[in-house]
Ligand binder design. Structure first.
Ligand code: ADP
Length: 296
């Protein structure tokens, strides 16, 4: 699916503008929307899935304006919201079967086949008889993906999927998404976790205070910070001084000193050397946006 977003702005009735003039083009594969809490990611995702309307701007999906073709667009979208919840009395397979009744016209026999196929795809076939609300957090999230996939969407929108998951579940979830993105489904994933993006997405945007701070590839974002990441070993006094002045990304205590990595336009200390940048560094760089450098 090709998605063209132009001048998208959302001002809530209380006057707060959560999305400001966002322009993006999203193609097939996996697209990551990175940003801190409050950046406007959920607001953006809700507009994308037609759950709320923008104040101004437009979104075209395969050339169709989503406001003019709301019903048609909805049949092509699978959505996993951040606060996805379950009906407590349903078993795992029953929950998915219920979702299938709501969003497909499949007959009972076809539904059962489809449900087990999806449970297998997300690694839940073994627990198909377990009550959905008794599943672990990671399993619930995977069941959420299965329900979002049931109508065979062309676009899958997933809001903060890995928050609160342990590392093993996080990796498992990312792998399921990577597999899906091979299958002609556009996946848009929002997250504040840098690792979700660096391990799965070739295209991304960073949202900060409702505005696009960066768009491109994760590698492109990393290149923007090259030359601004420094490493230096400091004593307590130097460290206390430097952390007041600069964005410190990491600190490791070594032999009574601090090995510090930080973001700075120019060398912050006579002993500082350039460090190899990664996406975490770039994220801090774009979030702080305090270096006075033109960012895009
Ligand atoms: P994120 O998903 O990146 O955390 P959100 O889209 O949830 O960001 O929120 C962006 C900003 O918009 C926040 O400051 C939030 O308080 C505000 N916001 C979200 N929904 C509403 C609403 N319905 N009314 C007013 N403000 C809102």
């Amino acid at each position: 699916m090709n998605i063209q977003i132009t001048g998208l702005t959302k001002t809530y009735p209380n006057g707060y503008t959560a999305i400001k003039d966002v322009n993006l083009e999203i193609g097939s594969g996996m697209f990551g929307l990175l940003g801190p809490n409050g950046a406007g990611k959920s607001s953006f995702m809700r507009i994308l899935v037609t759950a709320q309307q923008a104040t101004s701007g437009s979104i075209l999906m395969d050339g169709m304006d989503i406001n003019e073709h709301r019903q048609k667009i909805r049949t092509r979208i699978g959505y996993l919201p951040q606060d996805f919840t379950f009906f407590s009395k349903l078993k795992t397979w029953e929950f998915l079967d219920y979702a299938a009744q709501l969003s497909t016209s499949l007959k009972k026999k076809e539904r059962i086949i489809k449900v087990d196929q999806l449970l297998d795809q997300v690694g839940l076939l073994d627990v198909r008889e377990r009550l959905a609300n008794k599943l672990s957090g990671g399993m619930k999230r995977r069941l959420g993906i299965a329900q979002a996939l049931i109508g065979e969407p062309k676009l899958l929108v997933i809001d903060e999927p890995t928050t609160g998951l342990d590392p093993e579940e996080r990796i498992r979830f990312r792998n399921i998404l990577s597999d899906l993105s091979q299958k002609d489904v556009t996946i848009i994933l929002s997250t504040h976790i840098v690792g979700d993006i660096s391990s799965t997405c070739h295209n991304m945007a960073m949202l900060n205070k409702g505005e696009v701070a960066f768009k491109g590839s994760p590698e492109g974002m990393i290149e923007k910070v090259r030359g601004h990441v420094w490493q230096v070993n400091l004593n307590d006094e130097e460290f206390n001084k430097i952390k007041m002045e600069y964005s410190v990304v990491s600190t490791i205590p070594i032999d009574g000193k601090w090995e510090v990595q930080l973001i700075a336009e120019n060398s912050p200390h006579p002993n500082a050397t350039h460090a190899n940048p990664n996406l975490e560094h770039a994220y801090v760089y774009f979030m702080e946006n305090q270096l006075g450098i033109s960012l895009i």
